[in-house]
Write a protein that binds this ligand. Structure first.
Ligand code: BES
Ligand code: ZN
Ligand code: ZN
Length: 485
């Protein structure tokens, strides 16, 4: 929990102070406590604490702990580094034990305060559902902490808190078991989110409806599963006078075994995260509701399970998609594009959005190309790209553009069907050929594709200000895009 208060009170057992080099050097502090000022100055003079980026120094004055956090030169300030340092301070032994912590930022500036909020809420998030109490886990959990952040009570800050909650909501969905977060669970979660909201309607297609409407690609992917496939479309009307809709479509593979092209050990263990796109769509919907977003948005979830069994779809099968195009399945592990293709076609035909953003853990090739820090962005629309890159820069939810170009359509041509679900041999250009496959279903609607295969989940212990597990990639990005464009 975060409480904002305009002036520092130094009334908590632990006070975290963000300090830049100039302040420490020139004694230009935002607080008046003389003893504290002198201590910091002495430490600086002796070279013990000079407010280098990431430097931590605990000070004990009487019975209060002051945790000094260096953020380097304020002119060269990196907000990412600030989040990383503040997170480190909050998780340190010093602050970790306190129930109440006061945080004093070095400057009252919206970017700094927002980054501090994110360090608290996103930085200290931890997935603990399956850690039992007997497991004497002393690691920090913000759920039982109260942070007093020295900042004005501004609407923008309350909104930043709400957005972080949306991010963590997405992370909880991604982190949980595949057999918990099923298509039924998604349906239930959507209904809970929109319950009692006046400006929201929902259409839910299950297997029976999909068979009647012939969503042949989506159905095929789910064929080996004992769970229902679902296409969930939430119609959020934040601008009732306007016709303009953005469709935000997420891949929701509740588990991806690879199907008959079964994934090997080393690749299958994390495949419960293959619904991170759909989870990001839901986190963004939560944000839209919390912020009373003044835009019309279709929040779309294509939910299936790529299971293996006697009913599973097969390599070599030719499928008929919702829009009528036939697709040769060369690899049952390239399933996300199949579900998304039908979702895109269905939304284009029945809702006619002005633009589409899809988000998916789509290709391992994207992890090879960009690693884990940048989401792959593909679009044929330069303005769309500029706007998303701007949102990426503003939010630190990073994207990097990869090309989509006319000649790429050759890569998905099939000898026996209209198109095939894998591109070049040996996986060459695997990320952009997957995107081109989706492009074939957009029917000229302006479209942007986000491949979060590398960014949705942190398999290690730490990355930036993320701990192990889901990151909520795409939520801050698209929330920002929807608000500002
Ligand atoms: N869900 C995977 C992509 C993925 C890989 C996500 C690693 C997160 C981390 C996707 O369905 C897949 O398996 N793609 C194949 C496509 C190939 C068969 C053309 C891939 O990337 O290997
Ligand atoms: Zn797959
Ligand atoms: Zn997949």
């Amino acid at each position: 929990m975060i409480t904002f208060r305009p002036a520092a009170k130094f009334d908590k057992p632990v006070t975290v102070l963000l300090l830049d080099k100039e302040q420490v050097k020139n004694k230009k502090f935002t607080f008046t406590q003389r003893v504290l000022q002198e201590q910091i100055h002495t430490l600086s003079r002796l070279g013990h604490f000079t407010a280098e980026d990431g430097e931590l120094y605990p000070l004990l004055i009487e019975s209060n702990v002051y945790l000094l956090v260096g953020i380097g030169e304020s002119k060269k300030l990196s907000l990412t580094a600030l989040r990383v340092s503040l997170r480190k301070a909050l998780l340190s032994a010093t602050a970790g034990k306190a129930k109440e912590i006061e945080i004093i930022v070095n400057e009252q500036n919206d970017n700094i305060v927002t980054a501090a909020i994110e360090a608290v809420l996103i930085g200290t998030y931890a997935w603990k559902k399956y850690r039992t109490a007997s497991d004497k886990d002393k690691s920090v959990d913000m759920k039982d902490k109260h942070v007093f952040l020295v900042a004005e009570k501004k609407k923008a800050y309350a909104e930043a808190v709400a957005i972080c909650q949306g991010v963590n909501f997405t992370r909880d969905l991604v982190n949980d078991n595949a057999d918990t977060v099923t298509s039924d669970y998604f349906e239930k979660t959507v209904k809970e989110l929109i319950k009692g909201k006046a400006n929201v309607a929902v259409e839910i297609l299950s297997g029976k409806d999909m068979r009647a409407k012939k969503l042949g690609l989506h159905l095929a992917v789910n064929q080996g599963s004992d769970k229902e496939p679902k296409l969930i479309i939430v119609d959020y009307k934040g601008a009732p006078g306007k016709k303009d809709y953005t469709a935000f479509i997420g891949k929701g593979m509740t588990f991806d075994t690879g199907g008959i092209n079964l994934k090997p050990t080393g690749h299958v263990e994390t495949m419960r995260i293959d619904m991170s796109g759909a989870a990001a769509v839901l986190g963004t919907l939560k944000n839209a509701l919390a912020l009373h977003l003044k835009k019309n948005v279709l929040f779309v979830l294509g939910i299936a399970e790529n299971a293996i069994g006697p009913g599973a779809y097969k390599p070599g099968d030719v499928l008929r998609s919702y829009c009528g195009k036939t697709v040769e399945v060369l690899n049952t592990d390239a399933e996300g594009r199949l579900v998304l293709a039908d979702a895109i076609s269905y939304v284009v035909k029945n809702y006619k959005p002005a633009r589409i953003i899809d988000i998916a853990t789509l290709t391992g090739a994207c992890v090879v190309a960009l690693g884990n820090d940048y989401t792959g962005l593909m679009t044929t629309d330069d303005q769309f790209s500029r706007q998303l890159v701007r949102s990426s820069n503003e939010t630190d939810d990073r994207v990097w553009r990869l090309p989509i170009y006319p000649e790429l359509k050759e890569a998905v041509k099939s000898q026996i069907a209209d198109i095939k679900n894998v591109g070049f041999p040996k996986g060459a250009g695997g990320t952009i050929t997957a995107a081109e496959f989706l492009h074939q279903f957009t029917e000229g609607t302006p479209w942007a594709h986000l491949d979060i295969a590398g960014t949705a989940f942190n398999d290690g212990t730490e990355r930036w200000y993320y701990g192990h597990g889901a990151t909520g990639a795409g939520v801050r990005l698209v929330t920002h895009y929807l608000r500002h464009h």
